[in-house]
Design a protein around this ligand. Structure first.
Ligand code: PMP
Length: 447
């Protein structure tokens, strides 16, 4: 059936009725790029898609088929709001690998990916105007949740060892002085998205001590913790403090993102609120995918599979770092991740990753501009490169193209030196701060 498009899409007749919280919602920098990066000629260093083709697809396929025929109607029925008890037990075994040995299945809530966990935790704790502390930069999907809840995000700087504890303390002191209600610190301690760095051991201790001293709640978001290249998993923050740390986990990176299974580990009183919130949202997490994950953990060599993923990502990380080293013009710097999916790259002085993006897409390479990872519009000189999905040869080609674009940009920049930034922006053809479908359509026209 043909559905006529609205004649005046800009004149939205419901515009004055939307809830105030929708004003904070915007298209993520990553989604805006989707139509571009799926084209075969473009090397995408943009999306953070796990390499699911490395899974034993036949074995997983028959396992899921046998679930329905073997377990029957149960797999197709509603389940508990808190999630399948068997799966929650297995989740506790998984968390023990990161030093969380005292977790009880009763403290676990199964969620539709850790993304839903983030949303639930935010619903339970954040009122409009509350402050959320988050690393600068921060995971774009978390910023989207905080903005939708009308939280005010205050960024805490990081360096190669992760979040800087002194800066965290400083932020807390400033918030106290300003009378702000700080609801929690949101942190990704392992192989940070997008920064690629890991919170060092001494800093873990320092963050937990600050949390204790300032009575600060910490949301520890840890989807990448088992994906370290060179070492055993580090001890989680939650393993050091079971009262002030709420832990978010996910099977998206260790198994499959398409199944959408994650979890929250929280003290019982909080767990109760999370279950009420999830029941209001989705009644219960999907039964079939929970059984699939539980069966996978029970019957498949999943830890060997994680090792296999790690080897594959290590090879891609190496290809990325070697190419950057060989090809990037002076003045470009980047982080050196020892796990996970991401490199955070800083452009030479004066360049702007967002303005440069259309030219990169023309040169058939995609990345995510840094501004998407800040709530305050900063980060223009940064970009995130993901090495998880392309093959090493594609990565090398992508970095080669990117290096050429940056070099051309440097030439252009020196030509325009002295011209005010307004003119420089006009030359690039994008407007600062505008993200979303309008821009992505334009990239499509050009590339
Ligand atoms: N947190 C972080 C830091 C992530 O990188 C992601 C996925 N990119 C998520 C949460 C959400 O993952 P999922 O919902 O698939 O578990």
């Amino acid at each position: 059936m043909h559905h006529p498009a609205p004649r005046h899409p800009r004149l939205d007749p419901l515009a004055d009725r939307y809830a105030a919280r929708t004003h904070g919602m915007k298209t993520s920098e990553i989604r805006a790029l989707f139509s571009v990066v799926s084209r075969p000629e473009v090397v995408s260093l943009a999306g953070g898609m796990p390499a699911v083709t490395a899974l034993p697809l036949d074995a997983v396929g028959s396992m899921i088929g046998e679930l329905v025929s073997g377990m029957g109607a149960q797999t197709l029925q509603y389940g508990s709001g808190q999630g399948d008890p068997r799966l929650r037990e297995r989740i506790c075994d998984v968390m023990a690998l990161e030093g969380i040995t005292d977790a009880s299945p009763s403290e676990v809530v199964v969620t539709v990916g850790s993304q839903q966990g983030l949303d639930l935790v935010t619903r339970v704790f954040v009122d409009p105007g509350d402050v959320v502390l988050a690393e600068g930069p921060s995971y774009v999907g978390a910023l989207g949740v905080f903005q939708a809840a009308e939280a005010r995000v205050k960024h805490v700087p990081m360096d190669d060892d992760g979040l800087i504890p002194e800066a965290l303390e400083q932020a807390l002191i400033e918030c106290r002085a300003a009378g702000d209600r700080v609801k929690f610190l949101y942190t990704v301690p392992n192989y940070h998205n997008p920064a690629g760095v890991t919170l060092s051991e001494p800093r873990r201790q320092a963050v937990v001590e600050i949390a204790e001293r300032y009575d600060l709640l910490v949301i520890e978001d840890n989807p990448y913790g088992l994906l370290g290249f060179d070492r055993e998993p580090m001890r989680a923050l939650r393993a050091r403090d079971d009262r002030r740390v709420i832990y978010l986990g996910s099977f998206s990176k260790t198994f499959s993102p398409g199944l959408r299974v994650g979890w929250v580990l929280a003290p019982l009183a909080v767990r109760e609120k999370l279950v009420l919130a999830t029941e209001a949202q989705v009644l219960c997490p999907p039964s079939l995918t929970q059984y699939a994950v539980a069966r996978y953990l029970d019957t498949q060599p999943w830890r060997e599979q994680v090792k296999h993923f790690v080897e594959l990502y290590r090879e891609r990380r190496d290809a990325t770092l070697e190419s950057l080293e060989a090809l990037m013009p002076p003045g470009t710097t980047w982080t050196r991740p020892d796990g996970g999916f991401y490199v955070w790259l800083k452009l030479p002085h004066g360049l702007d990753a967002k303005l440069m993006q259309p030219r990169a897409v023309n040169a058939h390479v995609a990345y995510v501009p840094g501004i998407g990872f800040y709530a305050d519009g900063s980060g223009r000189e940064f970009m995130r490169l993901s090495y998880c999905y392309p093959e090493p040869d594609q990565i090398r080609e992508g970095v080669r193209r990117l290096a050429r674009v940056i070099e051309a940009e440097l030439d252009l920049h020196s030509t325009f030196d002295g011209v005010d930034t307004g003119t420089f922006r006009a030359v690039s053809g994008t407007q600062p701060g505008i993200v979303g479908p309008a821009n992505s359509d334009r990239y499509e026209d050009r590339a």
